[in-house]
Design a protein around this ligand. Structure first.
Ligand SMILES: NC(=O)c1ccc[n+]([C@@H]2O[C@H](COP(=O)([O-])OP(=O)(O)OC[C@H]3O[C@@H](n4cnc5c(N)ncnc54)[C@H](O)[C@@H]3O)[C@@H](O)[C@H]2O)c1
Length: 263
């Protein structure tokens, strides 16, 4: 049985990266999907490749009127909305002191305001469908801070707060709201910021050596993140709401101390 059979799912930032993988997996699980993005050519190519189950809609998640205009087209394709994945976001890396006010505002507008507008826009159609699932994509940077991503991290923490309040407000309408916190998934997003570092060296330093060497796989790929999103979109997660779901191979679980028993 397909896990999303008959469901209508709207994925933002689905022209590439994690959003594209989520859209592809959702179609494979029987959903009708809206691929939404500001990148028109790439988004349309993804939807075309997915066939009649998918359609592309141009959406700027920071723009109220863009959301309002999208709703009739979304419902026209899906029939009804059963789930939305607020996935689109932007990264900015550099020292806190070097970040301009304009860059800080841009990160807040896309990652935080955009997610808020996505939740707010989805409420009425989800309620009309008798309930559904909102999945907001945060990050491990929304669970713990990290140098070089202060404002990105702040917005990803805020997404978790939005999620919890929304879950409390919307539960009575049968609308579940959850956050997924991936450690990785799409190296393309951060590669432009890594000119001066070696990504493998960075990952080797920041992760727990025992986890790296044996056992849980070291890299979290987009497919692993999409599996969590699919679970939260499906009825399998019908009792899950207001939660944070890390997909991080225990990265944020705590400390592993050499020399102590259990190391
Ligand atoms: N890349 C990773 O390893 C990683 C790790 C943790 C969390 N995340 C989170 O996963 C999500 C997806 O990341 P990704 O790596 O696929 O990013 P990406 O940069 O590859 O893709 C993001 C997509 O969002 C779109 N987008 C940006 N601004 C938009 C706007 N205003 N309106 C509509 N669309 C817009 C972009 O055009 C792009 O297609 C993000 O929320 C990101 O913070 C990613």
């Amino acid at each position: 049985m397909e896990r999303l059979a008959g469901k209508g799912i709207w994925v933002t930032g689905a022209a590439q990266g994690l959003g594209e993988v989520i859209a592809r997996r959702a179609v494979a699980e029987g959903a009708l999907v809206v691929v939404a993005d500001v990148k028109e050519d790439a988004g349309r190519a993804v939807a075309d490749d997915l066939g009649p189950a998918a359609v592309f809609i141009r959406l700027d998640i920071t723009d109220d009127s863009s959301w309002a205009q999208a709703v009739p087209s979304v419902l026209g394709h899906l029939g009804q909305l059963d789930g939305i994945v607020n996935n689109a976001a932007i990264l900015w890396m550099g020292s806190l002191e070097s970040m301009s006010t304009a860059d800080a505002e841009r990160v807040m507008r896309v990652n935080l305001l955009g997610t808020f507008l996505g939740i707010r826009t989805a409420v009425a159609p989800l309620r009309a469908a008798g309930g559904g699932s909102i999945v907001n994509i945060s990050s491990i940077d929304g669970l713990a801070g990290m140098n070089s991503v202060a404002m990105y991290s702040a917005t990803k923490f805020a997404v978790r707060g939005l999620t919890k309040s929304a879950a409390l407000e919307l539960g009575r309408d049968g609308i579940r709201v959850n956050t997924v916190c991936p450690a990785m998934g799409n190296p393309e997003m951060s590669m432009p910021w890594f000119d001066q570092f070696d990504l493998d060296r960075y990952l080797a330093r920041v992760q727990q050596p025992a986890i790296l060497d044996d056992g849980i796989p070291r890299t979290v790929d987009a497919d692993a993140v999409a599996s969590m999103v699919l679970f939260l979109l499906s009825d399998e997660s019908r009792t899950c709401s207001g939660g944070d779901y890390p997909v991080d191979a225990a990265w944020t679980a705590g400390k592993l101390c050499p020399g102590l028993p259990g190391f």
